[in-house]
Every structure is written in structure tokens, then in C-alpha cells.
Design a protein around this ligand. Structure first.
Ligand SMILES: [Zn+2]
Ligand SMILES: [Zn+2]
Length: 233
């Protein structure tokens, strides 16, 4: 005769003993992958419960997917620490948790002074059955019309405010970092007229450095709402 399933009770929090970390709903955690040669899984804890005696603690995990685990695979604009919040949930033993981590919003990730091992970011939700992303459109930048990859250095044009990859404007990253002013090809004739003085003199103290974004180093992502072009994810 089948035994009635023992009722489980919710837990407010739980201390994972082997890592000595207390977890609660809403926390993001690293979990042991079945195949240990794979990177750790990242999940958001939705719920924690235990059996009637407080043992056998389980968590309801909502998985974050890495770009390579998505149907479309990793794309050039995906950052190395990018994750997609999926619609895929599983119940897991709380003891498979190997650490806590932080999944930042895209904006706050790009403002981090330094990105640690346990820092990730998420800008898309992901439907694991259809491979669809939400939002399904993001702003694109540069001549190459790519969404922003926060791992990449970009420079901002003082004319149109669009951002450019050094390689797309035939520059090295080092050259881009040294720029005092930058006008893209389509703005450059106009820009040179406006800034005739600062171009003909070399007084670094007078010149405002060109904006450079490299969030890994310094942050400074600008949402540039005026950039209306979009990329279909
Ligand atoms: Zn580009
Ligand atoms: Zn421009």
C-alpha cells in the first residue's frame, strides 16, 4: 500500500552547511552541474521547503541559461557574464548549492567598478521551448548595428551620440582610449567646423576626453534613447 506523501513545510531560509551560506527565496545561487566539466548552473531560488522534521531540504530553482545553452546559441553581442532568465523550473536538493552569486540588471552590471567571478547580468527572459527572448528587440549601436556587448570597449561620437567599436572605425582600443574628441564619419565634417579651436590647439586641460565605455573597467553605459534602431533578438 502506498504511503501518503508526507506534508512538506516552507522554510524562510536555510543554511547550506558545506558552504556555510544562508539562502532565502529571491537569492541567486550556483549549483553543481551533473557533468562537472560544465560551468556551474545559475538559478534563482523561488521557494525552500523541508519535510515535517525539517530535513531533506529542497529548493524550487528557476534556471538562468547561458547563451550557449539557448536554441540560438552564443551571439557576438552576448557578454561573457550574460545569462537569460528562463521559464524552466526544477526542484533540487538544497545541498547541491555550491555558492551564492549576483545577477545584475544590464544597467547596474555596466556600472560595476570591477566584475567578480560571482557577478552576472541578465537583460533577457528566455522561453526554453520556443527559444524566444523578451524583450525581443534591443537598441543597436555603431556602423555594424550590433547590440551592446558590455565586454567590448566603445567610443561615443560627440555629434550623433552613437557609440562605436574601435575596430569598426579602424582604430585600436589603445588609440580609442587616448582620444580627446571623437566624431564619426558622418558627423566629422560638421564636428570639425564646430570644434575648430580645440582641434588647432593642443591644450589637454581644455579638452574634454571623448567618452569611452568599457564597463569591465569603468562603467558608464548610456542608454542613448535617441538611438532608435533596434536589433531583433
Ligand atoms: Zn561596430
Ligand atoms: Zn556621429
Amino acid at each position: 500500500m502506498a504511503k501518503a506523501r508526507a506534508p512538506r513545510r516552507p522554510l524562510e531560509s536555510y543554511t547550506v552547511k558545506h558552504i556555510n551560506k544562508t539562502i532565502k527565496a529571491g537569492d541567486c545561487v550556483l549549483m553543481r552541474p551533473a557533468d562537472q566539466s560544465n560551468p556551474q548552473y545559475v538559478a534563482r531560488i523561488e521557494r525552500i521547503d523541508a519535510d515535517a522534521r525539517g530535513g531533506n531540504v529542497k529548493v524550487l530553482a528557476r534556471w538562468y541559461y547561458r547563451p550557449e545553452e539557448s536554441i540560438g546559441g552564443r551571439r557576438q553581442f552576448h557578454g561573457s557574464k550574460e545569462l537569460f532568465l528562463s521559464d524552466h523550473y526544477d526542484v533540487q536538493s538544497a545541498d547541491t548549492i555550491e555558492g551564492k552569486c549576483t545577477v545584475h540588471s544590464f544597467k547596474s552590471y555596466t556600472k560595476l567598478e570591477a566584475v567578480g567571478n560571482d557577478d552576472f547580468f541578465c537583460r533577457f527572459e528566455y522561453n526554453s521551448r520556443t527559444g524566444a527572448f523578451n524583450p525581443d528587440r534591443v537598441a543597436v549601436y555603431c556602423k555594424c548595428e550590433m547590440p551592446y556587448n558590455p565586454d567590448d570597449l566603445m567610443v561615443q561620437c560627440e555629434g550623433c551620440s552613437d557609440w562605436f567599436h574601435p575596430a569598426c572605425i579602424e582604430m585600436t582600443a589603445e588609440e580609442a582610449k587616448r582620444l580627446d574628441h571623437f566624431f564619426c564619419e558622418s558627423c566629422s565634417s560638421e564636428g570639425q567646423n564646430k570644434l575648430q579651436n580645440s582641434h588647432s590647439t593642443t591644450k589637454p586641460s581644455d579638452t574634454k576626453p571623448a567618452s569611452v565605455i568599457n564597463s569591465i573597467v569603468s562603467g558608464g553605459y548610456k542608454t542613448t534613447p535617441e538611438v532608435k534602431r533596434v536589433h531583433k533578438t
